[in-house]
Write a protein that binds this ligand. Structure first.
Ligand SMILES: Nc1nc2c(ncn2[C@@H]2O[C@H](COP(=O)(O)OP(=O)(O)OP(=O)(O)O)[C@@H](O)[C@H]2O)c(=O)[nH]1
Ligand SMILES: [Mg+2]
Length: 380
């Protein structure tokens, strides 16, 4: 099975996307507000709407209403008009001085690569801010069809990520999109939630949250399907902002989980990173060798040799990825002074560190000693 999954996944492309995510997700220390929800729920549409971009409302060939926005080509938030996932990397924007992240569709298990990428993005987005708010975006249909199965799925997975349901309740608001029931209100929607939680045991893990929500219609706003662009007006925008304002910024731990299939791919991703480290180390060793041969200043030579001995004297049993990283940065300051080289190593060790805790139970542990060997050979 492992071969099947891996052959279907382009590891290089996944690696490229993770690098893109690393560049795109700037750590925000302040408060952030984050849109979470299934693919196609309308998170990117909501972001564009709150950004006051000029909307276009049209009817597609199947008679479905869709919303788009006039945007600059090179600074675009992609909106999906098919059932396939659209946002691959999160979008960051500042709205009224506040920091917002529009995340890729949660729980997008159609693609293992997207699942692995999402894990990285979500963790990076949530780990740096001082506190955050969560805006859950759900389609009205998810609550009204199949006894709310998709809504149950969304809530179950959000509760798994944020198991402290009291804190979760405090920091969240819910935006119900694509609602064509003109008389729908948040009070009615809360009653729908209440009934669903009684009728469908798929909501079981989120019952404490649902009970709190049943007394808090102010935390829910209905984003009616527009009939024309005029329906996407200031009044709706204000209602959405007011709803998001009912949530309080909170800091709580986030737990991520991965499917077993994704873990098998992680094993291979780690092997790819380890191979990259080894080949970078081989190149670095050559540079050290050349420097030794060409150095005429005996004092500098001794200092360099002492730094190398220091690096290689770390107890191999207790050598950690962090020690490797700081050792390499120290050495590269001595021998190359190249920041690009340090950054390259740092990026690889960050990714290895991150994914190391998500590998499958059966995969062999990373072999730090094999990373250092090329440098050892320089001294021999
Ligand atoms: N928000 C919202 N979107 C609507 C509504 N009616 C139709 N849509 C359409 O629903 C689709 C939502 O797509 P996106 O905003 O890209 O959804 P998303 O949640 O960002 O999806 P991913 O990026 O895949 O996670 C778009 O085609 C919208 O035009 C509505 O009432 N509200
Ligand atoms: Mg999107």
């Amino acid at each position: 099975m492992q071969r099947d999954i891996n052959s279907a996944i382009d590891l290089q492309k996944l690696n490229f996307m993770i690098d893109q995510a690393e560049k795109k997700i700037i750590p925000i220390r302040n408060k952030i507000t984050c849109f979470l929800g299934l693919t196609g729920a309308g998170k990117s549409t909501l972001m564009c709407f709150l950004l006051k971009l000029k909307p276009i409302v049209e009817i597609d060939d199947y008679g479905q209403i869709y919303i788009d926005f006039i945007q600059e080509e090179d600074h675009k938030i992609e909106i999906g008009h098919s059932s396939a996932s659209c946002t691959e990397l999160p979008n960051f924007r500042i709205i009224n001085g506040e920091y917002y992240w529009d995340c890729p569709g949660l729980f997008d298990n159609k693609s293992i690569a997207q699942e692995i990428l999402n894990l990285y993005c979500i963790k990076k987005i949530f780990e740096s801010p001082s506190c955050f708010k969560i805006v859950i975006v759900v389609e009205y249909q998810n609550a009204s069809v199949a006894r709310g199965r998709d809504l149950a799925n969304t809530l179950r997975q959000i509760v798994e990520m944020f198991p402290d349901q009291n804190n979760l309740f405090n920091c969240l608001s819910i935006i119900v999109t694509k609602c064509d029931k003109r008389n729908m209100t948040s009070e009615k929607f809360v009653r729908i939630l209440d009934n669903l939680s009684r009728e469908n045991n798929e909501f079981e893990s989120a019952i404490p949250l649902l009970q709190m929500l049943s007394r808090a219609p102010q935390k829910i706003v209905i984003f009616m399907t527009p009939e024309n662009a005029e329906d996407l007006n200031e009044e709706l925008r204000n209602k959405i902002h007011a709803c998001i304002c009912t949530a309080s910024f909170t800091k709580m731990p986030i737990l991520n989980s991965l499917s077993d299939r994704a873990k098998l791919v992680i094993d291979n991703l780690l092997t790819l990173y380890e191979n990259d480290i080894k080949s970078e180390m081989t190149k670095f060793s050559k540079k050290i060798f050349i420097k030794f041969r060409s150095e005429t200043d005996m004092n500098a030579l001794h200092q360099g040799k002492a730094a190398l001995d220091d690096f290689l004297s770390i107890d191999p049993q207790r050598f950690t990825i962090q020690e490797f990283e700081s050792g390499i940065i120290n050495l590269s300051n001595y021998f190359t002074g190249s920041e690009a080289l340090s950054d390259g190593f740092r990026s690889l060790t960050n990714k290895i560190n991150f994914y190391n805790s998500y590998r499958s139970a059966r995969s062999p542990p990373i072999n730090l000693l094999s990373w250092i060997n090329p440098i050892r050979y320089v001294l021999e």
